[in-house]
Design a protein around this ligand. Structure first.
Ligand code: ASP
Length: 309
């Protein structure tokens, strides 16, 4: 993709390995710099607009914090009910409006493809912070950054992506990013929630070894890392179907003691019941460190989009 300056960030497949290495390098520099200073002046005078049509805690706050740590400003709609969205304004009209006031838009929306739609409608960069069951590319970048920190390398990784692989946008983006590093992937899900066929087929087409299974224990026994995900209740049109798969997988002390080996556990959060809180103190439980890494990756992306790194 040859540099991020002025670019949209829409999909996990838009990056080259070199792009990702560059982003991680800048993120690591910001992590160091923040320890000394607390705030930088790189994006003084720039404004980031958050447009969140779905709930968010980590993505939104870490983007806002990242922009402010870089010296830039942040605007947002507050509540959708208090904006013209409540009057039925279209996403593209809303995006066009926001583009008059801001220099970059971070968008989360329930419709797959919405980020691309908004990006096509405005002259400023749009960052996809989750488009329905589609993609969540900035999460994938902070995930791979976390994997390298936790495991010391991205070479020859064996990774289990587990839970809701059908509707989980984080795993869709992460599988694309991991494919650049030659990871061996195990897709673990109930039959109803398998990874979309086009993603699996495209990974295999690029020579990746991908195993699909419903057995988390068996897959985890062969892996260095489990990337656990929440069953995406809000995507089910029939809650009866959700009831059938909820609680399919739970990582708890008992699971870990049966595994008889150290394994790294990640999760994009929020969790519901798939990782028991008793696991939080386990040395390999990386999910809280993972969310902290979000700010460094998002600082790197913003600085690079504005050509300041
Ligand atoms: N926070 C992540 C997302 O927005 C994961 C999740 O909601 O389960 O996709």
């Amino acid at each position: 993709m040859a540099g991020l300056k002025g670019k949209d960030i829409l999909h996990g497949n838009q990056f080259t390995k070199k792009d990702i290495e560059a982003i991680m390098k800048v993120a690591a520099e910001f992590e160091k710099e923040l320890k000394g200073k607390g705030a930088l002046n790189l994006l003084k005078g720039k404004i980031l607009a958050t447009l969140f049509f779905e709930p968010s805690t980590r993505t939104r706050l870490s983007f806002e914090a990242a922009m402010q740590r870089l010296g830039g400003g942040v605007i947002g709609l507050g509540s959708l009910e208090g904006s013209s969205v409540a009057k039925g304004e279209s996403l593209t009209d809303t995006a066009r409006t926001v583009a008059q006031y801001a220099d970059v838009i971070v968008l989360r929306h329930p419709r797959q493809g919405s980020a691309k739609e908004a990006a096509d409608a405005v002259p400023i960069p749009v960052i996809n912070a989750g488009d329905g069951a589609g993609q969540h590319p900035t999460q994938a970048l902070l995930d791979i950054f976390t994997m390298r920190k936790e495991l010391g390398t991205l070479k020859n990784l064996k990774v289990c992506l587990a839970g809701d692989l059908k509707y989980g946008r984080t795993v869709h983006a992460l599988a694309e990013v991991l494919s650049l590093f030659g990871a061996r992937l195990f897709f673990v899900s109930p039959a109803m929630l398998r990874m979309p066929e086009e993603i699996t087929a495209s990974l295999r087409g690029r020579g990746m070894e991908v195993t699909e299974t419903e057995d988390l224990f068996q897959a985890a026994s062969q892996c260095d890392l489990i990337y656990m995900t929440r069953i995406q209740k809000e995507r089910f049109s029939d809650l009866g179907e959700y009831e059938k798969v909820k609680g399919s997988y739970v990582i708890d002390q008992e699971f870990l003691s049966r595994l008889k080996k150290e394994i790294t556990i990640m999760h994009p959060l929020p969790r519901v019941d798939e990782i028991h809180p008793e696991v939080d103190g386990y040395a390999g439980a990386a999910y809280f460190r993972q969310m902290r890494n979000g700010i460094f990756i998002r600082m790197a992306l913003l600085a690079m989009i504005f050509g300041k790194r």
